[in-house]
Every structure is written in C-alpha cells, then in structure tokens.
Design a binder for this molecule. Structure first.
Ligand SMILES: [Zn+2]
Length: 398
C-alpha cells in the first residue's frame, strides 16, 4: 500500500471512497444510489452491515424485531455491553453504529418480523436484499417476497465452524425450488403454531464464532455489491454466486463452490406482483374505505383482498362447552392471545376452533377495522381479486 493510500485510509470516509474507485469494477455513483435491505441483525447481519457501511452504500434498510442480548456480544461487532444491559432494539443499535462508521449512509429501521410485518414496497424499492436469518421459514417468506418484487437476494447461514452463502435471482434460482420434501415437512411442522415458532426463535442460540460470521457476511456483502453492478455481471467482468453455493468450514479449512440451482416452473412462489397500481390507501384506512377506494380505482363492483402471509382470526370457540371468545387479530398474534386469556390458556389446542378469514370483501364481519389492525403493514402491496381479473395495488409508498 502506498503512503498516499495509507493517509487516504486514515483520513476517513470521503477519501477512502477514492481507494474503491481505483478498482475497475467499482462504480461510486451506483453504490451511493443503491438501496440494500438487510433482514436480520444477528452475527451475520452485523458483519454485512459493517461492510455495506464501509463501502458507502447509499441507503440501507435494516429489519429485525429482537433486542440485544448478552450472548450476542461475543460475535456482533456493532453491539456493546450497554446495549445488552439496556435491552436496546438491535435495529436501533445498528443504525446508530452505521451512522458512526459512515455518516453519508442513510439508514431506515424496520422493527418488524419479516414473515408478516414488512410491506412488499420495501422490496420493490431495494436493489438487493440480504438475508441474515437463522430459520427456514423466514428464508422461505423472504424468498417469496423477493420473487414477487423481482429483486435478487443473498442468503447466508452459519453454525459451528461452518457457513454457506447463496444468491437467488428471480427467473434463475429460487430458494423454495432448492428445498426437498423433507425440508418442506420440517418447515410446515415448525410454523404450525406461529407463537411457538417466535418463542423458539427467541431462545434459538446458534453456536458459532465471529470468524465464521465474518467470512460468510463478507461473501454476502461482496455478492450484494456485485448485484448492484448488474452490467458488470452481464458483461462477464464479474461473476455472481447465483446458481452455486459457497461453503466454508474452519475446522479443516475447507471451502468450495457447489452447484445449487433450481427453477421449477410449477413452484407456487414465482408469481410476480408487478406492475402495481398506485393508490392513496394507507394502513389506517378502514375495510369499508379500502373496498370503496379499490372499487373506484379498479372500476369493479366486487373486490376481494386476498391475504397471503397470514389470516385474520375473528373468534375462537371452545368445542366442549361452546364458549365463544372474540379475537379479531392476525393469526400470528393468536398464540400469545390464547396464552394470556383466562378462559383459554388452559384449553387444549384440539378443543379450540378458530374462525379464520383468508380474504376480505363486503361480507367481512368488521368493516370499521383498519388494515393495520388486520395485520397489513406500511408500504405493502395487496392482491385484489375482481370478476375482471386479479390486480396488485400498492398502498401509499410515502
Ligand atoms: Zn421456486
């Protein structure tokens, strides 16, 4: 390294940018204009975010719903002891540390669960999404959303001294298509009770090391940077990991690329939700207001909103004595509701029938409830079925 470069590096962000610009593949404007969403702020997420901040990615959207715990500190470069003592939200902490590393980076924080609380609009505005997740269901949902939005995503996974990284580009490679029947069966078993799943995640302490997180997180960030330079991938100046899996294990220092490509035309999660109709609908609209607005927008008398990532539970009936308890919540919250309800917490699961709504039309029982109360998040895109066909309508994206 030249003396000039050492000075440049020590002098901070604006000048280190010049070092990157000396690399033939690197486009400063592209990186500064890019939006990258990082889902999961654990060990991998920390490493990915650190790298994206150092490279000066213009806009980073971070998604996580957890708090910093003491056991995170051994392998998470952005967390400090006081964060764990104060039980701060991971997204708030990483946003603060990214801004310290590189004040030029804009950071948007989503304190949300990727499996049902992140609107598709966030995917539509991202150039690439990076999954730093620890379970198959979250990856499956992220993949489905990425396919709908037509945005590439980078997966990473670590355990012990091993780790893998993969790239999925809609139209070329799909996470769901790479899953075998046993993986699907295992996933379905785990999501049979959303509340149980969430509790398991909260106590799911994967044993790994900061070294493996560094290696896999670095590969993920590198692949994301390549995807931002799509024209360099198209010309062959850069090669994407898409279609292969990078595998690393530290015990005997083995690393290799393995063929990892699958695209089955019968796969149920390849539906593309673009183009979308823009609307002024917000999650604060009531069902009645929403149906009326959609009817006008789509010029259709009958409109029906199809719920995809969750359903809405109207009530639970106890079969043995007919007791009916109003619920009016998305099913993702019903487990916690039952556990804390005096009449239901000791009732066996098999003794409860829940009335579920998988779509919303003018027969929906509570027309004055808001979309937010049903569980539809900000910036989401809703699937609307009409006699004239299906439409995808974006809630206001402001
Ligand atoms: Zn697929």
């Amino acid at each position: 390294m030249s003396t000039q470069n050492e000075i440049v590096t020590l002098n901070g962000q604006a000048q280190t940018a010049d070092v990157f610009a000396q690399m033939s593949w690197f486009s400063r404007p592209k990186v500064e204009q890019a939006t990258v969403m990082v889902v999961g702020c654990g060990a991998l997420g920390n490493e990915v975010l650190k790298n994206l901040a150092l490279f000066g990615v213009g806009h980073i959207v971070v998604v996580d719903f957890d708090q910093v715990e003491p056991h995170n500190l051994t392998r998470s470069v952005l967390f400090r002891m006081e964060d764990a003592q104060q039980r701060r939200k991971k997204v708030a902490v990483v946003a603060q540390r990214i801004r310290q590393l590189n004040p030029a980076v804009e950071v948007t924080v989503l304190d949300a669960d990727i499996t049902w609380q992140v609107g598709l609009g966030w995917f539509l505005q991202s150039d690439v999404v990076i999954g730093c997740l620890d379970n198959r269901w979250a990856r499956y949902v992220l993949n489905r959303l990425a396919m709908r939005a037509g945005v590439p995503w980078v997966d990473g996974g670590i355990e012990g001294l091993q780790g893998v990284a993969k790239v999925f580009i809609p139209g070329q490679n799909c996470y769901a298509c790479t899953m075998d029947p046993a993986a699907f069966a295992q996933m379905r078993q785990r999501v049979s009770c959303a509340a149980t799943l969430r509790r398991n995640e909260a106590t799911n302490h994967i044993t790994t090391t900061p070294i493996v997180a560094s290696i896999i997180g670095a590969v993920q960030a590198q692949e994301a940077l390549k995807l931002i330079h799509a024209e360099k991938l198209a010309s062959g100046q850069l090669t994407s990991l898409c279609g292969k899996m990078f595998y690393y294990e530290g015990e005997h220092l083995t690393s290799r690329l393995v063929e990892h490509k699958a695209w089955d035309n019968d796969c149920p999660v390849h539906d593309v939700w673009t183009p979308t109709h823009q609307s002024n609908i917000t999650p604060q609209f009531t069902v009645a207001e929403t149906l009326q607005t959609l009817s006008t927008l789509l010029q259709a008398e009958q409109v029906e909103i199809i719920l995809h990532n969750f359903c809405w539970v109207q009530f639970i009936e106890r079969k043995t004595d007919g007791l009916v308890v109003p619920v009016e919540l998305p099913d993702t919250l019903v487990g916690d509701f039952v556990e804390t309800h005096p009449d239901l917490k000791h009732t066996l699961a098999g003794d409860m029938y829940q009335r579920e709504w998988h779509s919303i039309d003018n027969t929906f029982p509570n027309q004055q409830i808001t979309l937010a109360q049903i569980g539809i998040p900000d910036k989401d895109v809703i699937h609307v079925s009409t006699p004239q066909g299906d439409f995808y309508v974006a809630l206001t994206q402001k």
